[in-house]
Design a protein around this ligand. Structure first.
Ligand code: FEO
Ligand code: CA
Ligand code: CA
Ligand code: CA
Length: 681
């Protein structure tokens, strides 16, 4: 058996510049099969006119709805609002935004053929940890020619994505604990062509999962290094036990022959973005889990989640019964993936948990903020074209200092899905991305209830069904079909929430949802960023919104929008994916897909949110060939930033690598967590 069964790889069926191999490994070539959301959930224009009727059916208060919307109408007033893009009106403020210490001259976009990590003048980059680095004293050193599953289980995993660093108390900032997830594997460039296929399956499985690792540095201006054999170091692997929590735990929908109680799942798959909770744990989203399972593909639920009766690229279903839902007793195994996972990095013996209360879909990640009344609010996007944006509000309240209690907050609460309504005439949203005459893509929105007070708010669905078949339940209440919601991050400074919609080349094409004011471009190649304002109440069921950015390269004639900031004075940006904030409230965006969009390597960008330069985009770094920029962390007080460089050289193959990052030793690329610091003078 070949290492990867290439005839299965849908060679001619993928879109964009990513190779067929890459598409199959990342998301089972989902785009080749059309969108999963073929529901007749109407577009938001249809819904707007019938909203009151539907709310009445759901038992909501029509009076409250009307008041809520009136209260948010046009409420997002920013200094730049009303300016047309590219006019150059208004003076450009060149001062560091919000007085940040992290000052830099933006880099120029780097052509997609350049295999370098490019940083601003005066900065240097350092690898913190690479794929295959030994985590434990007894772990073998990485060997390109002799990789094994047993070695990989003791080494740093592949395709690092979400990354978070917390300083350890009492160490003056010199020691820290880092959490990293490993989204997927690129067997085509990881392993020599002759690798035994069965061993390749187990190496691949061992390279998935999660890592906790301690870091150290000699001073605040020195780079971090990982500490081999440190006390908190941990690999969480695909045969490790995860505890299901919330109303769907124990449900018939999640029981299997190996777990008749439906409460203990082995492993986690497709972990993409994530977030640091206010109580110091990490949450991580199980995204393209469907790529690992073969199933009959006949039920409505299977089809809605992209599950098919076809061999998977990695063939794990041939080695482990549980990856094939056609096997008796394993029909529900796939229902045990697609959740938000929570990990306590400070307790290496703790079982990670999968929280059913936040629903099951292709979770990009989740980010949490404590509402004014003390409840924990989590925002999460379903990263699939024409899928939805969700919000969870915990039943219980955060208690300062009571970590044990706070760690239960994601186990019970209300779940909502978002509907956006624009305030400009339909005729002005023509699909080009041209700004409507009121000067903004903006409007109001509603969080439509799916679960409230422990009860289902969706007719015909039990709570368990809502939480396991969340996409189907959401279809029934009419949310807005979005252009692939990736990271969704609330700002602790402004309490506004930012949504990265990465792209959707199918928008407005035949038979598919047309452009709307929240997703205003037909065949949206470059993506956009939505700003949501819940006006001081994170538990509100209404909100105001506007588009902060409509991405692209103005120099290439793309129709773009930068909140009125002059388009000829920004760094071009395409396919926003992960979001982060610096200590003074500036937004940072990492990208995934620029090579297939505007011909540049992906990068990390700072966006000014406040004042006269709102909408200014400045590129901070650029990653190597075929790589995606993930897991940004900005420590502007230390004049430093971190990124997870994921899948460098992924479109290459063994013996014909396209990247040699980060060691440039002629062997091959390694996904790597990188720190960027001021260079010593
Ligand atoms: Fe794994 Fe949504 O990117
Ligand atoms: Ca408008
Ligand atoms: Ca992502
Ligand atoms: Ca992405």
């Amino acid at each position: 058996m070949a290492l990867l069964d290439l005839p299965l790889l849908m060679k001619d069926a993928v879109r964009g510049k990513r190779s067929a191999v890459t598409c199959q490994l990342k998301c089972a070539s989902q785009c080749a099969f059309g969108e999963c959301n073929s529901s007749d959930n109407p577009t938001f224009r249809d819904i707007a006119s019938s909203a009151l009727t539907r709310r009445a059916v759901l038992g909501g208060s029509t009076a409250a709805l009307a008041i809520g919307l009136a209260g948010t109408q046009g409420a997002l007033a920013h200094p730049a609002a009303g300016r047309q893009d590219g006019t150059g009106r208004g003076r450009v403020d060149r001062r560091p935004p919000n007085g940040t210490k992290l000052t830099f001259t933006p880099i120029e976009p780097v052509p997609a053929t350049v295999d370098e990590l490019t940083v601003p003048e005066g900065f240097a980059w350092h690898p913190v940890i690479r794929w295959g680095d030994p985590l434990f004293d007894d772990a073998p050193e990485f060997d390109w020619d002799a990789q094994s599953a047993e070695a990989q289980k003791r080494q740093f995993g592949y395709n690092n994505d979400y990354t978070e660093i917390q300083e350890l108390p009492g160490t003056d900032g010199l020691r820290a604990v880092m959490f990293v997830n490993h989204e997927y594997t690129n067997e085509n460039i990881m392993l020599p062509s002759g690798t035994d296929a069965e061993e390749a399956v187990e190496i691949g499985r061992a390279a998935h999962g999660l890592t906790v690792v301690e870091l150290e540095r000699s001073s605040r201006t020195a780079p971090y290094r990982y500490v081999r054999g440190a006390e908190l170091n941990r690999r969480i692997l695909l045969d490790d036990e995860f505890t299901l929590t919330g109303p769907a735990a124990g449900s018939e929908l999640v029981r299997t022959v190996e777990d008749p109680e439906g409460r203990t799942v082995l492993g986690t798959l497709g972990n993409c973005a994530g977030g640091l909770t206010p109580w110091g744990t990490l949450v991580s989203g199980e995204e393209n889990f469907h790529a690992y399972f073969r199933s009959a593909g006949t039920s409505e639920a299977e089809q809605r989640y992209g599950l098919r009766d076809a061999a998977t690229a990695r063939g794990w279903e041939n080695a482990h019964d549980r990856y094939d839902a056609r096997n008796e007793g394993y029909e529900n195994e796939v229902n045990r993936f697609g959740y938000i996972v929570e990990v306590d990095p400070f307790d290496p013996t703790s079982a990670p948990r999968k929280h059913t209360s936040l629903g099951r879909f292709k979770h990009e990640g989740a980010n949490i903020i404590i509402a004014e009344d003390g409840r924990a609010v989590a925002y999460s996007g379903d990263d699939e074209v024409f899928d939805y944006l969700y919000k969870f509000v915990s039943r219980d309240r955060y208690v300062e200092g009571d970590r044990e209690h706070n760690m239960t907050l994601l186990e019970n609460g209300d779940l909502y899905v978002a509907k956006f309504t624009g305030n400009s005439p339909e005729s002005e949203i023509d699909g080009s991305g041209a700004v409507p005459s009121d000067g903004a893509f903006d409007g109001t929105g509603e969080w439509l209830p799916l679960v409230v007070d422990g009860e289902s708010a969706v007719e015909g669905f039990t709570v368990e069904e809502v939480l396991v078949h969340t996409r189907l339940a959401a279809d029934a209440v009419g949310p807005t079909k979005m252009d692939r919601c990736e990271d969704v991050e609330p700002s602790l400074h402004s309490r506004r929430v930012y949504v990265a919609c990465t792209n959707n080349s199918g928008r407005g094409t035949e038979g598919k949802a047309p452009a709307d004011e929240a997703n205003p471009r037909t065949e949206n190649r470059d993506g956009h960023v939505v700003e949501i304002d819940e006006q001081g109440d994170q538990t509100s069921t209404t909100f105001a919104w506007n588009l902060l950015l409509v991405c692209g390269d103005p120099a290439q004639g793309d129709q773009t929008y930068f909140s009125g900031f002059p388009a000829d004075q920004v760094s071009p940006i395409s396919c926003p994916d992960n979001l982060a904030f610096d200590s003074v409230g500036n937004l940072w965006i990492s990208t995934d897909g620029a090579p297939s969009g505007i011909g540049y390597n992906d990068g990390l960008f700072r966006v000014t949110l406040e004042g006269g330069s709102r909408g200014r985009v400045e590129q901070f770094l650029s990653v190597p060939v075929d790589a995606e920029t993930c897991g940004p962390i900005v420590r502007d007080q230390d004049r430093s930033a971190f990124v997870s460089v994921q899948h460098p050289g992924e479109d290459g193959e063994w013996g014909a690598h396209t990247s040699f990052f980060p060691d440039f030793d002629g062997r091959g690329p390694k996904p790597t967590v990188v720190q960027v610091l001021r260079a010593p003078r």
